[in-house]
Design a protein around this ligand. Structure first.
Ligand code: SAM
Ligand code: SF4
Ligand code: F3S
Length: 484
């Protein structure tokens, strides 16, 4: 297993694997064909599947949760680590087998693996009928027609401006409370280990007005939390022609919209709409963003700030463009401006040339930062990345895994302590549904993104409830409702 997940969260979760969904109760007579989508990878991929569903639905296709009755099967894929690709390949082989008993069925691969491997899927591996990259979803209806006539249907063109801004995503597996909203696509950061710049293309920001409108619609539809998504949200920058009013007066300004301004505008939609965002890059997060977070109660005090390594030497090889000291200064600044902020991170063990001393520095950084949540991985070389071209993948796999295990053990201890610090405190929880264990309890998350479970009383999904924390496990806070 190359991924270890320390806690429950819906934000930044490329551990979510193979979720299938359908947006509405099916009326089989209404649609010309039925499609099924299974999604892998990060939140952005899941948000993309909602765009794909919208494009397909407006072209006369209907969704089903049952792949056995589908005419079209789509797998939205992830390339971030070798294991992620292996999982998808296995699944595609299963669908290929299913095709033998249902020859009319078409299988399409979407997303990052489609972009990375391109027509190889059809030519060499003969696994699928359609290969569609992340910027080519508008062409899906045409590609389906091509595939139906037995042609190769491939579109993996990356775009410099596609953001799907005008497409209203269909909220597929939604609980009706939380929703992802993509605010940008691609990444310009070229971290040496990372395949994303190659699979998602150049960074581009989405029209600010379309983001605000999507969030307003979500709120009016009963949603109470939006998570603004981008690989590097702090470099969000919109200078389109349809500028929005940035001071609330209705007057149109020609000023560019930064992430701090966008965040403020989303927070102003309604105090009952919680706002989260992911991911922040330590080199780009600004004081303006932190001030905006501190100013608005409904912007959650939670920052996902991936560090990747605690060693400045390794960070340089990773091309992260900051040092250990710079990162620590950022964490200190966050704690100074938002004392109760929850902070989470991503860590990689066993990157090229990593020594025991480098590894110890990663552990000591984790001890210092006391992360509330961490996603930890061992390094997986990705073809075509800067690291694959420049450095030898020279840390043996057993060493990578042993270091990962040490990191996970340390983090478990950190999270338990972080949870225990909350016992006795009162926090505001947005109810997301029943607890996983019993329908007698409800569960939601607090400002810091921690899962809180409490007796259901008369509360329901979408309510805000003040909970006094009475006990905890390493992953969950347990409490009782109180009035404040
Ligand atoms: N944009 C975010 C950032 O800058 O941190 C995250 C991008 S990536 C989708 C999520 C995480 O996967 C990264 O933060 C990194 O820890 C991990 N990751 C990326 N490439 C990896 C690789 N080749 N091997 C292991 N982990 C990797
Ligand atoms: Fe990958 Fe770095 Fe971009 Fe994150 S910031 S997506 S790690 S290249
Ligand atoms: Fe996301 Fe995986 Fe692509 S993490 S951007 S789906 S490579």
């Amino acid at each position: 297993m190359d991924t270890l997940l320390a806690n429950n969260t819906i934000v930044h979760d490329e551990n979510r694997q193979g979720e299938a969904f359908a947006p509405f109760v099916l009326d089989t007579n209404r649609y010309k064909k039925l499609f099924y989508i299974e999604s892998y990878g990060c939140a952005m991929n899941f948000a993309d599947s909602e765009v794909v569903a919208s494009i397909l639905q407006s072209n006369g296709f209907g969704a089903t949760k049952n792949f056995e009755e589908a005419d079209l099967i789509f797998v939205n894929t992830c390339s971030i680590r070798e294991k992620a690709e292996a999982t998808v390949r296995k699944r595609l082989t299963e669908f290929r087998r299913l095709k033998k008993s249902n020859p009319g069925m078409l299988v399409g691969v979407l997303g990052c693996m489609a972009e990375r491997l391109k027509a190889k899927f059809i030519e060499e591996e003969k696994l699928v009928d359609m290969v569609v990259g992340p910027d080519a979803y508008r062409s899906l209806p045409g590609l389906i027609e091509e595939a139906e006539t037995g042609q190769k249907a491939v579109n993996v063109l990356l775009s410099r401006d596609e953001t799907y801004a005008d497409i209203a995503p269909i909220r597929l597996n939604s609980n009706g409370v939380n929703a992802f909203v993509s605010i940008m696509r691609g990444c310009n950061n070229m971290c040496s280990f990372c395949v994303v710049p190659f699979t998602r293309g150049r960074e581009r920001s989405r029209d600010a007005e379309s983001i605000i409108n999507e969030c307003k619609t979500l709120f009016n539809d009963g949603y109470r939390e939006v998570t603004l998504l981008g690989q590097n949200v702090d470099s969000y920058h919109w200078i389109g022609s349809s500028q929005m009013s940035i001071d609330g007066t209705g007057e149109i300004y020609e000023e560019p919209v930064s992430f701090a301004i966008l965040l403020e505008r989303v927070a102003q939609i309604n105090p009952l709409l919680r706002v989260r965002f992911s991911t922040s890059h330590p080199k780009d997060i600004t004081d303006d963003v932190l001030f905006t977070m501190a100013k608005y109660d409904n912007i959650c005090n939670y920052i996902h700030l991936p560090v990747q390594s605690g060693s400045t030497r390794v960070l340089q090889l990773m091309n992260r463009t900051y040092t250990r000291e710079w990162y620590i200064a950022k964490v200190n600044r966050i704690r100074e401006l938002i004392p109760d902020a929850g902070i989470s991170t991503d860590m990689i063990t066993g990157f090229c040339t990593e020594t025991e001393e480098d590894h110890q520095q990663s552990l000591s950084l984790m001890r210092y930062c006391k992360y509330d949540l961490a996603y930890m991985y061992f390094y997986s070389q990705r073809p075509g990345t800067l690291a694959a071209r420049r450095f030898e993948d020279d840390v043996p796999e057993d060493v990578k895994k042993r270091r990962l295990q040490e990191m996970v053990d340390l983090h478990r201890q950190n999270t338990l302590e972080s949870m225990q610090r909350d016992v006795g405190k009162t926090c505001k929880v947005l109810v997301e549904g029943f607890s996983k264990k019993t329908q007698e309890d409800l569960q939601g998350r607090n400002d810091q993104n921690k899962v809180v479970v409490f007796p259901k009383g008369n509360y329901k999904k979408g309510d805000y409830v003040f909970i006094k924390i009475t006990s905890c496990t390493s992953g969950t806070l347990i409490g009782v409702p109180v009035t404040v």
